[in-house]
Design a protein around this ligand. Sequence first.
Ligand SMILES: [Zn+2]
Length: 264
Amino acid sequence: MPELPDVEGFKRALTKNALHKTIDRVVVSDARILGKLSVRAFASRLQGAKLIVARRHGKHLLAQVDGGGWLTLHFGMTGALEFVRTLDSEPPFTRVQLDFANDGCLAYTNKRMIGRVGWVEDAIDFIAAERLGPDALDRRFNLDAFKSAVSGIKHDVLMDQEIMAGVGNIYSDEILFQARIDPAERIDKLAPSDLKRLFLETRKVLNTAIAHGAGSEQFTERMPKGSLLPERKKGGHCPRCRSPLKIFKVGGRTAYCCPSCQGC
Ligand SMILES: [Zn+2]
């Protein structure tokens, strides 16, 4: 399930391989991924154009088109973005493909079709329309901004994209584990020191995942020792104290936590 670090990985792949190249051909294999936008309208914005800059906000990836507007990519549950060097090796479940003139292609894959590819005129308007809060790694979103954003909030703040964009189920578990906070704990009941730790661990966990290649396959195995991610499965154990992890429903999601380290 792509979250901020994974989408950052896609952004880096796009930036490295797909900028400033002429898009020769636009192939949409399943028009449902475009939502209300027609294939024709979408293709006309990209055909013959170049992507000139990539930008990420939370779990959304945007790429500016030199002819105007932005390509938007959201990955839902199973989406990914891959640069393919030879055009004859299209990855499975490719829904949208941008072919570059004699220079590989960018393939948006999505097995379960939850997610969206589109084109918008303005990136800032798009972020506002999606009701996204500040990106979790935005430097301006500092501890004070975090504290005021979560003040008075009773529900799960880490995953609320309107409060802070980028964190989902998986990284929420990792952040709470590193901060030693029970996932069922109400944020408005946290001591100021816990809140500060939660904020700092949010930054640290997301940056660590990016540094270890989030977005590529099997990257969780490469996460540093002491990470919850590789153990986040049935029968998993706490990387710190080896207690069996507890799996339970909280606020409509499944959380993994260590009963002895997090008191859950
Ligand atoms: Zn433990």
